[in-house]
Design a protein around this ligand. Structure first.
Ligand code: SAM
Ligand code: SF4
Length: 327
């Protein structure tokens, strides 16, 4: 199959689907305090429309689907969507990125519907600070969500932390220590997207700096492998399977050359790169009666137009907030 290979030889096998731009948190790096004006319901792709796009994508060689948002678990019927996507021939893996707060309610059902694993955002282990960062969230809820995901077998769980100077950078060793309990703890560089870019220069902390701080506190990290966008290391003194720490350094060390993903936004745009404003509308064609081949052609166009690199340092995207694209 060659239709999923882009102009630069990258094979696109991974589709990230934003199922909603709504969220029950307002994380400071992702949204303004007032939230983001939500897309009207009629503009959001219906589940049957998402399923048609994923089916077409599967015929092109997409093998992995990640559901994201906004907060994917605030959308009603999400378990049914997971079940439907898991049933699509060619899709090997359905995963989900979540703030964890609703996992106590949904983890078990999601696992039964065919979800493989979850990534959970966790930026602080201190209740007050967790609240300050997420503005509306509770650390207890997210920790209960993590426990529920473990119990449901949605493992290995990746915990994602965005590190911000003067906000949570003093917690990197504590967060990294969670890797001893079998989580892969991933440190994500803050990206200057949408309104969050205002504080960026004073708050940004590079992955290298985070790594140095972890090594100072917990000893040398042993390099293990590259895993998608993440460079994965092991904490010293841990055995195989435990102690994994990942760094996603999109700003200081872009992974564009090996990027294998495209996105579908909640309002029905194929977005070849998170950080480029290029979008191809699929919602109007779907609603105007496009055939499966026509949907497939739009996906091929998305793959063809995938840019070589994101140029984030010079040209931060302002067209949408992270929650609107699907992080
Ligand atoms: N609500 C879910 C969550 O928080 O995990 C899924 C959507 S969220 C947009 C997906 C990921 O994007 C989260 O791990 C979040 O930390 C990350 N994120 C959001 N804004 C970011 C930014 N400006 N820079 C880096 N990562 C960001
Ligand atoms: Fe919501 Fe996730 Fe954005 Fe936080 S990072 S505001 S949980 S979408």
């Amino acid at each position: 199959m060659t239709e999923n290979i882009d102009r630069f030889g990258r094979r696109i096998t991974y589709l990230r689907v934003s199922v909603t731009d709504r969220c029950n948190f307002r994380c400071i790096y992702c949204m303004p305090a007032s939230g983001v004006r939500s897309c009207p319901h009629a503009e959001v792709l219906r589940y049957e429309e998402i399923i048609r796009v994923v089916r077409a994508a599967a015929t092109l060689g997409i093998r992995k689907v990640r559901l994201t948002g906004g907060e994917p678990l605030v959308r009603e019927g999400i378990v049914d969507l997971v079940a439907a996507i898991s049933d699509i021939s060619g899709i090997d893996e359905v995963t989900l990125t979540t703030n964890g707060s609703l996992l106590p309610r949904y983890a078990e059902q999601l696992a039964r519907a065919g979800l493989s694993r979850v990534n959970i955002s966790l930026d602080s282990l201190r209740p007050d600070r967790f609240r300050q960062i997420t503005r509306l969230g509770s650390l207890d809820d997210t920790l209960s969500g993590i426990a529920a995901a473990q119990e449901a077998g949605l493992v290995p769980i990746k915990l994602n932390a965005v590190v911000m100077r003067g906000i949570n950078d003093d917690e990197v060793a504590d967060l990294a220590s969670m890797a001893r309990d079998g989580f892969q703890v991933r440190f994500i560089e803050w990206m200057p997207i949408g309104s969050s870019s205002e504080d960026f220069s004073s708050r940004y902390v590079s992955g290298d700096e985070v790594r140095a701080r972890i090594e100072e506190a917990l000893g040398p990290l042993q390099s293990l492998r590259e895993e998608g966008p993440a460079r994965v290391y092991r904490l010293s003194g841990t055995s195989a399977g435990a102690g994994q720490i990942g760094f996603i350094s999109t700003f200081s060390s872009p992974f564009c050359a090996t990027c294998n993903r495209i996105r579908l936004t909640a309002d029905g745009k194929i977005r070849p790169c998170l950080l480029s404003p290029i979008e191809i509308d699929v919602k109007e064609p779907l609603r105007a009666g496009a055939t499966d081949d026509e949907i497939r052609d739009l996906l091929i166009e998305g793959i063809d137009r995938k840019p070589l690199g994101h140029g984030l340092a010079s040209d931060a995207p302002r067209d949408r907030q992270m929650s609107q694209i699907g992080g």
